[in-house]
Each structure stands twice: as structure tokens, then as C-alpha cells.
Write a protein of this length. Structure first.
Length: 71
């Protein structure tokens, strides 16, 4: 039996706290709080759905974060 993979810890941070922030401010704050990857996407963008520990995703419209989620 293969050992269970060890996933990196994610920051103890609420993704909802980024909603409404300007894109640049949100990206800088996320980096400062320990997210290893921050991905900003436009609404309706085609994306891969694999989960990546340590990644925070932003849906950005008109320069502001409209939605935020882990992975």
C-alpha cells in the first residue's frame, strides 16, 4: 500500500476576506499571508479544476475581486 501524500499546510485565512478588494491589494495581501500561489481570473475563464494546496484563486471583474476560493 502506498503511503498517503503529505500535503503542505495552507494559511489559516478566510478567502471571503478578499472579496471587494482591488486585485493588486488582494494579491499582495494573499502573498503576505502565506499563499504560495495566487491566481487571478476573469469571469467565465476556462480553468483546470485540480486542487492545489497553497493556491488562492480570485475571480476579478473591473479590477476588483468578485469571488475567492482555495485550491
Amino acid at each position: 500500500m502506498a503511503p498517503e501524500p503529505q500535503l503542505p499546510n495552507e494559511p489559516d485565512d478566510d478567502p471571503e476576506a478578499y472579496v471587494g478588494l482591488a486585485r493588486q491589494e488582494a494579491e499582495e495581501r494573499a502573498g503576505g499571508r502565506g499563499w504560495s500561489t495566487v491566481r487571478s481570473l476573469s469571469p467565465g475563464a476556462l480553468i483546470t479544476m485540480e486542487y492545489r494546496a497553497g493556491r488562492l484563486n480570485f475571480e476579478v471583474e473591473d479590477g476588483r475581486v468578485r469571488r475567492s476560493w482555495r485550491g
